[in-house]
Ligand binder design. Structure first.
Ligand SMILES: Nc1ncnc2c1ncn2[C@@H]1O[C@H](COP(=O)(O)OP(=O)(O)OP(=O)(O)O)[C@@H](O)[C@H]1O
Length: 688
């Protein structure tokens, strides 16, 4: 058995020590190394071998002396000296052989032990962590694939381990680390199944040896989704804020505690308070006078509308609407909208003005709406049309329902005052006292119940426009004086007042009364009559213009169809005969009523109005423009027949000259006075 000594306690020496364990013919007796802490020294000591830092010393101490000295990559010069002085056999083991030996004998075991140790450690860590971990060796084989990795990649662990990473996970970037050997921190990656991860890729070194690469990663899919949602929420919030900010309504929002959360620029403009003054402050911060409606809304969880209060340093009068903010039934705060009362006042004034303008539009008819082309009606229209062009006051005379109001509208609309007010007053509909205060207005305190500040009268309201005094014959005598004053002086005096004020109003009066008789009875002032009667226009009664009945029927049926949603187009010949034969004491209004009633009696799809639809009409003796020869066939005394003839002649003569009495009297060869007498006798005046 040969005795050997090893010089060098590094990897080479350690490797030689291990290798010689298995040799039968050689025994290691000592190991020298300058570094007494070297690995080989520790192993040698553990085996009870002699050790030392100096090869010469150790050689001398070893007895019997060794037969051979091995230099394991140590100092070859030392070895040569040793051989020369001591005469011992020496051998140099080259460095790469030493490394190989180490790898083979010790390093490999150690690596395996290390790996298995690490694997155990890793196994515990790997499997218990939520982080995914994948490790590959230098050949790209999967060494580690923990449960979290399997869950995130949806790849079976058993199928992954031992296989090449790119066959298991083609998208893996770990092979890159094998070539770069550089760590990659927090890299974003998307797996084949769509899950998003953030991974850190680590090169694996064991001692100086590069052995593979490890990836440690977290699934951030949920986080990314959350982040998107948060971003969405943020943009919704931004959108809401932008809406609130762009609103012209003053808005304030408080949280569930009643602390200011948001106000918009309109709020600041109205209250004079900015964000710093209210945000995070109690809801009462902006109130100068009144109770906080925010707090009440939060307390009651009910909206509150129309509360008046004063806000801000300028004590602005506002009306507040507040509503609680409930999200899924949970109270989140309250939102308030403030309205400037002064703005509301302005709006009210505007509304009043608009109302007045609408009232002027109440003069809705024009001459085109006056239907009929009979000479009598055409004459009246002509007169009215002409007078419309002048400022003259007009007196419309005619039976009830002949269209006097229609004429009044048409005159106003044809005049230069068409864009100014048109006020209609029915003088018979108001009590004498009320009529006077309505027409002329009153001063404050004029009577009990008079409004503070007094009230404008209708003449004042109609200033620059026209006033239509319907049923002028019904005006009480006391008021007639005042009317005369307006007509003559264009001045009014309010009830209870003394001061006269000027008005610029055209008067269009109407009556179906025989005013001349009223004068005789003392009921109507003569001076007023003559003043009004400067421009009288006689509207012919319907029985005096039966030729218009056809045209009127068409027009009125159209009007009724529109009102009742019907489509009646014609009147049968027989029904028309009936209508033509009737006396029409109620004139066009009565015709409209009769047709309306008939249409109601018709079945829905019927388009022709026949006799059966007509309500009973009182037959009349007055036949219109009956041919002369037919008079001979009439019954009655000569006086009666002459009477009827005279009436017929008067009517024809009047119609031919469009109601002009002077012309009619001339045509008949009688005086105007006599004509009036005869018209009166036959009741024709009342009708025209
Ligand atoms: N020529 C006409 N063309 C069309 N409709 C007419 C005509 N005349 C009268 N009417 C209609 O007959 C109805 C009565 O007319 P209006 O009120 O003008 O008569 P009036 O003479 O003022 O009556 P009253 O003296 O009773 O106030 C209204 O519906 C009106 O539209």
């Amino acid at each position: 058995m040969k005795r050997a000594m090893i010089v060098g306690g590094g990897k080479g020496g350690t490797a030689l020590l291990g290798m010689m364990d298995g040799l039968d013919h050689m025994e290691v007796v000592g190991l020298a190394d300058l570094d007494l802490e070297a690995e080989g020294i520790s192993v040698a000591k553990a085996r009870g071998l002699q050790t030392g830092s100096n090869a010469f010393t150790l050689y001398g101490e070893l007895f019997p002396a060794p037969d051979i000295v091995f230099e394991a990559t140590g100092d070859e010069a030392v070895l040569a000296d040793l051989q020369r002085h001591v005469g011992v056999q020496t051998a140099v083991v080259p460095a790469h052989v030493c490394n190989l030996l180490y790898q083979l004998l010790i390093g490999k075991d150690e690596l395996i032990a290390e790996l298995s140790h690490q694997e155990r450690l890793h196994h515990t860590v790997f499997q218990s962590t939520d982080d995914g971990m994948i490790a590959i060796d230098g050949d790209e084989k999967v060494l580690l694939f923990n449960q979290a990795a399997a869950r995130m990649t949806e790849i079976d662990r058993e199928k992954a381990i031992g296989n090449l990473i790119h066959t298991v996970m083609p998208e893996s970037k770990l092979p890159r680390i094998l070539s770069t050997r550089t760590m990659e921190y927090n890299q974003k990656q998307t797996f084949a199944n769509g899950r998003q991860i953030v991974t850190t890729r680590i090169p694996l070194w064991i001692k100086d040896n590069f052995v593979g690469a490890l990836a440690v990663f977290q699934d951030v899919t949920e986080m990314m989704n959350m982040a998107t949602k948060v971003t969405d929420l943020e943009s919704v919030q931004q959108l809401l804020q932008a809406i609130i900010h762009s609103s012209d309504e003053a808005i304030s929002v408080v949280n569930e505690e009643g602390e200011g959360l948001m106000v918009n620029p309109a709020y600041s403009r109205l209250t004079g308070l900015n964000e710093q003054d209210v945000l995070g402050k109690p809801a009462t911060a902006d109130i100068y006078e009144g109770e906080s409606m925010h707090m009440r809304a939060l307390h009651t969880r009910m909206p509150i509308r129309g509360t008046q209060m004063k806000v801000g340093p300028h004590k602005k009068d506002v009306i507040v609407n507040v509503a609680p903010l409930l999200v899924n039934g949970e109270l989140k705060g309250s939102v308030g909208v403030l309205h400037d009362v002064s703005e509301i006042r302005t709006l009210t004034n505007e509304l009043e003005k608009a109302k007045q303008r609408i009232r002027t539009l109440e003069a809705k008819y024009t001459f085109d709406d006056i239907i009929g082309s009979s000479p009598a009606l055409s004459f009246a229209k002509e007169q009215a049309f002409k007078s419309a062009q002048t400022p003259v006051d007009v007196l419309l005379r005619g039976q009830s329902g002949t269209g006097k109001e229609l004429f009044a509208h048409a005159i106003h609309n044809e005049s230069g005052r068409r864009y100014q007010p048109f006020i209609r007053v029915n003088c018979s509909a108001l009590s004498p006292a009320l009529l006077e205060s309505e027409l002329f207005g009153y001063e404050e305190g004029a009577f009990t119940g008079a409004k503070r500040g007094g009230k404008r009268g209708l003449f004042e309201e109609a200033n620059d426009g026209s006033i239509f005094l319907d049923e002028i014959g019904e005006v009480p005598k006391e008021t007639q004086v005042k009317l005369l004053r307006v007509l003559q002086e264009k001045e009014i005096v309010r009830v209870g007042g003394t001061k006269a004020s000027t008005v610029n109003v055209r008067i269009i009066a109407a009556t179906n009364n025989h005013l001349e008789e009223a004068i005789k009875r003392g009921d109507f002032r003569e001076d007023l009559f003559y003043r009004l009667n400067k421009m009288p226009i006689f509207i012919p009664s319907l029985q005096d213009r039966r030729e218009d009945i056809h045209e009127l029927c068409q027009y009125l049926l159209h009007k009724i169809n529109q009102a009742y949603g019907r489509s009646v187009l014609t009147v049968s010949d027989q029904a028309m005969q009936r209508l033509l034969a009737y006396e029409w004491p109620g004139n066009v209004r009565e015709l409209e009523n009769i047709l309306g009633r008939a249409v109601i009696h018709m079945n829905y799809p019927d388009q022709e109005l026949t006799v059966k639809h007509l309500p009973p009409l009182a037959e009349t003796d007055h036949t219109y423009a009956r041919p002369l020869h037919e008079y001979g066939k009439q019954n009655g005394s000569l006086a009666e027949r002459m009477n009827a003839f005279e009436q017929q002649e008067l009517e024809v003569a009047l119609a031919e000259v469009q109601g002009n009495k002077t012309a009619a009297a001339r045509a008949l060869g009688i005086s105007v006075r006599n004509l009036y007498y005869k018209l009166e006798k036959h009741g024709i005046v009342r009708k025209t």
